[in-house]
Design a protein around this ligand. Sequence first.
Ligand code: ASP
Ligand code: MG
Length: 409
Amino acid sequence: MALYVYKFGGTSVGSVERIKSVAEKVKKAHDLGDQIVVVLSAMSGETNRLIDLAKEMQSQPTARELDVLISTGEQVTVALLSMALHQLGCDATSYTGGQVRILTDSVHTKARIREIDDAKMRADLNDRKVVVVAGFQGVDEFGDITTLGRGGSDTSAVALAAALKADECHIYTDVDGVYTTDPRVEPKARRLDHITFEEMLEMASLGSKVLQIRSVEFAGKYNVALRVLSSFQEGCGTLITYEDSQMESALISGIAFNRDEAKLTITGVPDLPGVAHKILGPIADANIEVDMIVQNIADDASTDFTFTVHRNEYLRAKTILEQTCSELGARKVTGDDTIVKVSIVGVGMRSHAGIASTMFKTLADEGINIRMIATSEIKISVVVDEKYLELAVRALHSAFELDKTIEAL
Ligand code: ASP
Ligand code: MG
């Protein structure tokens, strides 16, 4: 007998019919004898609708009240799913986050889980009941309702799976797994049977939106085997675990990209201790997140400094940098908000030389100019002009033979 946590996202519970079909799926698994805990999101669009309502009352809704409001979406779906299960003759109990006791800190709208009391869930599971828990929410030490940040139901599911030492945590969504790249850009993209936590984390932070980043971090930390599958079609999805020495791994597992990038350069900066801090300090103080950072070797007594930010923050960052430029007596500020970042990701990179040169040759053969390069142990990212995004992704996908399975290579 295995214990599974199943999480269904908003589109999977977006209508009465869909909730009924989730109930059937859950009942089928339960009938096989396994113990099932289900975590649900609100119906698709519901959380946005509630946030819009709040904004009609108050331009900056009070965070505590906002949590009371936006946690209701999940309360609706868990009750409905329980009823649908009862209708099928399957015993089930629904719980809000507070009822289970998913204890969080008090940072409303982005709370972090501290502790989960599994007693109620265990008792129900032992009574052969399906346990249905509202995702995205918890309760703080004062009994106030909290929420975990947008997309937080994934984190709820992983946290429950960790607390219950579940055999696997299944994330049912509207895609049937994690792909080598976005199939809308490269139709030859292939579903991966398996990917490591580290790779998934890179893919998620580099723009692949299949899973909330925090949930992947959480799963890695507590070693919860995660599986991403489709709610609508059969299949085994993509399993996310630690690297397994038995597993034959590809050189590159996937290609991620980020369209919303912008870069800023400050030239003729005096080459002195503390300058990087003087440049990036005011940017951080303005709460602007910086991604890639490159500083050139100084030839005379000055150097150039380039970094990337989210495109939405481009103008704000530029204004701040211009101020810094005049304070430092640097030469000038330039920028470009028509760039994108394309990254290849794979743990296979660790043990193979020449991956970077293959990447650069592939881009060169297509006449794509690389504007910036950054690397980590399992990732190489390049910044290119946005008009080359599709071409770069497709060329790299084919150069690293991602359209072929390992067996076919
Ligand atoms: N309903 C919440 C949201 O839309 C949580 C979730 O779906 O994971 O962000
Ligand atoms: Mg979601």
